[in-house]
Design a protein around this ligand. Sequence first.
Ligand code: PMP
Length: 474
Amino acid sequence: MPPTKICGARPLNDLSVNGAQMATMSELDIRYILQPYTNARSLESTGPLIIERGEGIYVYDDAGRQYIEGMAGLWNAALGFSEERLVNAATAQLQRLPTYHNFAQKTHSPIILLAQRLSQISPPGLERVFFANSGSEATDTAIKLIWYFNNALGRRQKKKIISRNRAYHGTTIASASLTGLPGNHQDFDLPLACILHTLCPHHYRFALDGETEEEFSDRAAAELEALIVREKPETIAAFIGEPVMGAGGVIIPPRTYWEKIQKVCRKYDVLIIADEVVTGFGRTGKMFGAETFGIEPDMMILSKQLTSGYQPLSAVLFTDGIYQAIADNSNLLGSFGHGFTTGGHPVAAAVALEGMTIFDERRIVDDVAAIAPLFAEEISRFADHPLVGHVRSIGLLGAVELVADKASKSPFAAPGRTGAFLAGRCLANGVVLRALGDTIAFSPPLIIDPQQVMQIFSRFSRSLNETFEWSRNQ
Ligand code: PMP
């Protein structure tokens, strides 16, 4: 056992549930958890930030300090942190049928209703649904569905999946392989050999001198085509992409990108998977990123805002054509041998259904479209700041990319250090934002109002200026 680290040695004074004490320890002892995306040694010395409760777009730590959750947690708390109706939907379902599965020809009504509803609202052609718990599981499922589908059609070579540098699709073995970030591969013995990566659609960072967005998109499509031809089209099963890249740095594709990429995929009979884990449910100002960018996917992956993050749930939507081949094969083999015990959990499904009703009743997606211009205007004010190379936004998704030198766009000598410092200042100034390397991401709850948008950017502005002062002394 490593030495005991007691976090802040704070007494647990408000951890009661219905009057009963949740924990009997007098202090929170952090040594038992290996935390995701955390430097374990830093955590040992500084301890975690412990969030105790939430209200609207705000969360409160265990010392009662308030923060605007400028990332909606992990891009998921669309309806904020205190939506009673979601709590009530979960409670009612817990009382009726707290758990059940979907294996072996059994299921429950919440998941049947949710599948119907998703099939109705999703882009044309996506009629069938498979449920899992997390985005990573859904992504792995998408790959397995495609392999099974191609085997069913006798296309036993057509198995490779093309992803992109800086993509984020999860952390399970296959989804981490699709993820195009070194930190998800290094020392995990990834990526798998059947996963390939092509150009990241980040015009600001990767365009050649004088290259327009359209020309950049031509080049991205040409590189994709060259990769498919080099690997042989009969070995390439699918192309996966987030309509807007999230964790890779909030990268909004250049004009005509998706149109050109899709054309290449269609030419070589390569399926298109839209990973809408971040962009789904209104984030870009339309219900799905596919609508915003004119993508016609064969498969779509959903999670996060599907339940506003109140319950773990994910879904893979796919065409009837894919379904029919899979159904035939399951008949041939006796069963479709894939599934997760809690995938499509009734409580999660009940929360998702209620969430979708709230989205309809309150016209949440229209609200995002309405507030997006203010969000864009406010974030664009930082473009002139000496530390900022690029700002971008779409809907309620934004990024401020920091650079060492504005003119040459050169990154910092110690990548990630300035971003981390700035995210730390933001936290100190009462706004939770995420540093993706030296890019600061914004993805607030979709229920944010104009005054709160101003509040995020005023806290960010102060933090950015403090970071500038600090950087001059480095
Ligand atoms: N796809 C995308 C686009 C994501 O952003 C994420 C998570 N941030 C995932 C997949 C993986 O989801 P999870 O963490 O629920 O496995």
